[in-house]
Design a protein around this ligand. Structure first.
Ligand SMILES: [Zn+2]
Length: 262
């Protein structure tokens, strides 16, 4: 008798468990269907500031809008983490067409793909502390422009930058090669020392503007490509308090007439 009761209880439990599984799988299927419909809609694209990737690759002005849109998603907590799946890995095995080159600080709080909500193959990134460039960095940018046909270069500084703070504080007896970073940032500190406000954040902005101008003047490749309108070089600052990227107005004015090349 006891055995029979136990068997009945066991069967009932099994039924409950399997019913639960069916309900769960039905719900998952229904959720998946809903998600597919929503993700395909133009309303969803507008709400998530989606900008066409091919257009961003062809036109650096649209590239800026794509970065702005991705950063808005990041700030609003609605990142979509695009192109980070197995099919994208497969698709990219034969080559890459990043729509932007980012010259950024090494700071761990500024992970470029995350703050711009982009995926594999989207951003060609050069990172050093204080985004200070040297010959190897310049060569990397030229490679991106000439070989990968990337038409947008963004110099991305950030608030509370340790390298810029070091240039403001000018500590004595700096060890190793760190002095190289400080020396490169010192001119921006000198230009902003008279300004009110946070001396580091002021120098961060000026450092980005100076670096943009250096790249625009850099012979033999970037300067020619820039003045003929084939590429854009602009600057931006990431705010580590808010997650927001501000494209600097000073670097968006008087841009050369765009020349779109396929
Ligand atoms: Zn930094």
């Amino acid at each position: 008798m006891k055995k029979l009761i136990f068997t009945c209880i066991a069967i009932s439990l099994l039924n409950i468990v399997s019913f639960g599984q069916i309900t769960k799988s039905k719900k998952a299927a229904s959720d998946k269907k809903d998600k597919a419909v929503v993700v395909d809609s133009s309303a969803w694209r507008a709400k998530h500031y989606i900008v066409n990737r091919d257009s961003a690759y062809m036109d650096p002005r649209i590239g800026i809008e794509k970065l702005r849109g991705g950063n808005r998603r990041f700030v609003e907590g609605i990142s979509i983490r695009p192109r980070q799946d197995a099919s994208t890995i497969k698709k990219l095995e034969t080559g890459q067409e990043p729509f932007a080159t980012i010259v950024s600080c090494s700071d761990s709080r500024v992970p470029n793909e995350m703050v711009f909500d982009q995926g594999l193959g989207d951003l060609f990134i050069i990172r050093t502390a204080g985004q200070v460039s040297s010959a190897a960095s310049y060569g990397s940018m030229e490679f991106a422009v000439l070989k990968l046909k990337t038409k947008l270069i963004v110099v991305l500084g950030h608030t509370e930058c340790g390298a810029v703070a070091a240039a403001v504080e000018r500590p004595a007896n700096v060890p190793g090669h760190i002095v190289t970073l400080i020396n490169e940032i010192k001119p921006a500190v000198a230009k902003t020392s008279h300004l009110a406000g946070d001396p580091v954040d002021n120098a961060v902005r000026q450092n980005v503007i100076d670096q943009v101008n250096i790249l625009r003047d850099l012979e033999p490749i970037l300067h020619q490509k820039y003045i003929t309108g084939e590429i854009l070089i602009v600057g931006a600052v990431y705010d580590i308090r808010t997650g927001k990227v501000e494209f600097l107005q000073e670097t968006l004015q008087n841009l050369p007439k765009p020349k779109l090349i396929k």
